[in-house]
Design a protein around this ligand. Structure first.
Ligand code: FES
Ligand SMILES: [Fe+2]
Length: 335
């Protein structure tokens, strides 16, 4: 169910330091920390000796010391020390995962390390590039990550779920175009001369109508970036164009839960801290509305005696295409 040869966000860069952070990723227990010189490290969070969680132990320099019997492991997972025993069997080795810091996040590769090319980390430069001001955070959803993929590739639900922030009627009433290009899915919705949603009015002070756009891009394993905005129709408001990128890095935690690393990065009023606070608060509110729907959906799918088959209508085209790409990648890795 999970792509392993792909980059997932394992943590925000600031979460990992000189202590042991435990996190499940795609059903695998991972422990992360930083070396004394700062480089991030990820090991399987399971002691090769008797399977205790390594994250219960402690750091000794750049080595992890297991809490249970004091064995030590270096950053490659190799055992370096057994109390009272000189010979170290080579099979006493914890798995080490490639882990890189980029765009304010830490990126992990769970699959074949020989294929882990840091140049193929998905582009999230809006997180730290000049000209952009991001706000962001982390949420944990008790739902299959593919339900989040469906949700973000079909923003029709904004009209109904997010009426208080980003929903307007134009979203539900304007059909979207879906294109598939190899492993990339693009969903575009252009809404001409429509009423701005509440958050657009608050963020930009737009009074009249806007030409609104949503350009969504999915790439595997589960990265969804949305170029969203509105351009006022009235020439008197031409300087109030709103453009932000909604960045969604989805990392499965288990088959039924997801780490959700998100950011909203804007290219206007960059130094306005009150605006940043407001956008952060409103985005969290919006995503909490999604959480209520998706966690309920997860429970109903799991408990559906008829097997939980999902039906698709036009607006599901993007999610259906993304699931096909994920399934094909998972099958190819299994083969
Ligand atoms: S279980 Fe880790 S040292 Fe024994
Ligand atoms: Fe939503």
């Amino acid at each position: 169910m999970f792509i392993r040869n792909g980059w997932y966000v394992a943590a925000a860069a600031g979460e990992v330091g000189r202590s042991l952070l435990a996190r499940w990723i795609c059903g695998e227990p991972v422990v992360m920390f930083r070396k004394e010189e700062g480089a991030p490290v990820a090991l399987e969070d399971r002691c090769p000796h008797r399977k205790t969680q390594l994250s219960l132990g402690s750091l000794a320099g750049d080595e992890v010391q297991c809490l249970y019997h004091g064995l030590r492991f270096d950053c490659d997972g190799a055992c370096t020390f057994i109390p009272g025993q000189d010979n170290i069997p080579p099979r006493l080795k914890a798995r080490a995962y490639p882990l890189f810091e980029k765009y304010t996040w830490l990126w992990i590769w769970l699959g074949d390390p020989a294929l882990a090319d840091p140049d193929s980390i998905p582009d999230y430069h809006w997180n730290d590039a000049p000209g952009w001001t991001p706000v962001g955070g982390y949420l944990n959803f008790r739902a299959d990550y593919r339900l989040l993929v469906d949700n973000l590739l079909d923003l029709t639900h904004e009209t109904y779920v997010h009426a208080r922030t980003i929903g307007n009627m134009a979203v539900a009433h304007t059909p979207q175009q879906t294109e598939v290009d190899g492993d990339i899915v693009r969903v575009t919705r252009l809404m001409k001369d429509c009423n701005p949603p509440p958050l657009f009015k608050r963020a930009r002070g737009i009074a009249g109508n806007i030409d609104r756009w949503q350009k969504i891009r999915f790439e595997p394993p589960a990265h969804i970036k949305i170029d969203a905005g509105g351009a006022p129709v009235s020439p008197a408001e031409k300087d109030k164009v709103l453009n932000w990128w909604i960045l969604n890095a989805l990392t499965p935690e288990t088959e039924r839960s997801t780490h959700y690393f998100w950011a909203v990065s804007r290219n206007f009023s960059q130094d306005d801290e009150d605006l940043s606070k407001m956008v952060h608060q409103q985005t969290v509110q919006t995503f909490e509305e999604d959480r209520d729907v998706l966690e309920s959906q997860q429970r109903m799918i799991e408990t559906d005696p008829s097997g939980g088959t999902l039906l698709a209508i036009n607006c599901d085209a993007g999610g259906v295409a993304a699931r096909r790409i994920i399934d094909a990648r998972v099958r190819a890795e299994a083969a």
